[in-house]
Design a binder for this molecule. Structure first.
Ligand code: ZN
Length: 324
């Protein structure tokens, strides 16, 4: 599996575009202590669509006692705009959640979560890692029976807050088992932000080799400052979709120390400047960032919107004035 970073490597010249998946309404907000109103969640979704997002994780159908911020899942769905060109995703952990999501009639795609270690799986969703694989397969089957699509995320793919190292063999075995149920993609998630670009490149490339027909999505938290490097490594290794959150919002209530998701603004800046299309409009992302900063009433971790766009060339006259 060497050669991925050669200068003239096929991978590095063939990437024209990646798909961005906006996760701020769910992963971004779920760890916020203050309740965010349904109206503000819908406004956030509206900002994301205006900026070009066409796949959005809008809520999760979990027990409101476990994640109070997501208690309005049905209300969020009822308020979603009528956009056939946008895929609205609802995260679900089990059959009950899947049935709730499908009953709204507004969720296009179910997102299932399997966890790579037993300890984290027990804390996150009260089942073993194998149990979480079986649950994901059931969820995918339910979605397909209802004429919807489904995808699955493997949480803690790069490290576990309780068990430490996670073997690549384990992640690949889980992905292979889940793939039997017919998901549209598998995501590798660095739930607690411990990943590094070399590990990311290895695992993405291995997944693509083992399951060549299944698109790979990636999900990174920037807990240790490696988020953007991990996105770059994943894209170079062939990941087709990148999760990101406006403002860099996000955390996991069950993952000690988990910081925000990689910021949509920052990922879009990096990829677009590198010649990889994201479908996102940067000035509109920055407008969304300013709106979000007011709603959250605190500084956001996203950096690109603070710094502004790539500088335009200044006129001669301006240069002279500045030189004086
Ligand atoms: Zn996450």
């Amino acid at each position: 599996m060497s050669g991925m970073y050669t200068v003239d490597g096929v991978n590095s010249v063939s990437i024209g575009a990646v798909e961005m998946l906006e996760v701020s309404p769910r992963d971004g907000l779920q760890n916020e202590k203050q309740a965010i109103s349904t109206a503000d969640k819908l406004a956030l979704i509206g900002h994301a669509i205006a900026a070009g997002s066409r796949r959005i994780e809008v809520t999760s159908f979990v027990n409101p006692r476990a994640v109070p911020q997501m208690a309005d899942a049905e209300d969020v769905c009822a308020g979603l705009p009528d956009r056939k060109d946008v895929t609205f995703i609802g995260l679900v952990m089990n059959q009950r959640g899947a049935e709730r999501a499908l009953a709204t009639g507004r969720i296009d795609q179910l997102g299932a979560v399997s966890v790579a270690t037993d300890t984290f799986a027990m804390r996150n969703q009260g089942q073993t890692s194998d149990g979480s694989v079986e649950a994901a397969k059931e969820i995918i089957a339910l979605a397909r029976q209802s004429g919807k699509t489904a995808q699955a995320t493997i949480a803690a793919s790069f490290g576990c807050p309780f068990e430490g190292e996670v073997a690549g063999d384990r992640v690949i075995a889980m992905a292979t088992a889940i793939a039997e149920a017919g998901p549209v993609e598998i995501a590798l998630a660095d739930t607690i932000g411990v990943g590094n670009p070399a590990h990311v490149a290895r695992l993405v490339e291995r997944l693509r080799t083992e399951l060549p027909n299944l698109p790979v999505r990636v999900h990174f938290h920037n807990t240790r400052g490696t988020g953007l490097a991990n996105v770059w490594a994943a894209v170079q290794a062939g990941a087709r979709t990148v999760d990101a959150s406006l403002g860099g919002l996000g955390g996991c209530p069950f993952a000690p120390g988990a910081a925000g998701n990689v910021a949509t603004e920052d990922v879009a800046y990096m990829l677009e400047r590198a010649g990889i299309a994201t479908g996102l409009d940067q000035p509109k992302l920055h407008a969304a960032n300013r709106w979000l900063g007011e709603i959250m009433d605190r500084p956001l971790s996203a950096m690109a919107a603070k710094a502004g766009p790539f500088p335009a060339q200044q006129s001669e006259q301006t240069h002279e004035k500045e030189a004086v």
